[in-house]
Write a protein that binds this ligand. Structure first.
Ligand SMILES: [Zn+2]
Length: 81
């Protein structure tokens, strides 16, 4: 019997486990932009496979994800120019 993976934080080097009482966020990332929503308001059905969705435990990990996103933009610019 396999244990389903619990939703854990996708922040770099975090891995916090989501609990009922925590206020989590979801980052919605693709080449067109980066946005953040509280997980309570997030509608996963509104997004398709072209976006990267990441569960985030709080501000610190959200900022780290944004930094990763900016790095990706720089890399994309470097390869297209
Ligand atoms: Zn985290």
């Amino acid at each position: 019997m396999s244990i389903p993976p619990g939703p854990c934080c996708d922040g770099p080097r975090c891995g916090a486990i989501k609990r009922e009482t925590n206020h989590w966020f979801v980052t919605i990332e693709n080449s067109a932009g980066f946005s953040v929503q509280p997980v309570e308001l997030f509608d996963r059905d509104a997004y398709d496979d072209t976006v990267s969705l990441n569960d985030i435990c709080g501000e610190a990990c959200g900022v780290k994800r944004l930094q990763v996103w900016f790095t990706t933009q720089k890399e994309n610019n470097a390869t297209t120019e």
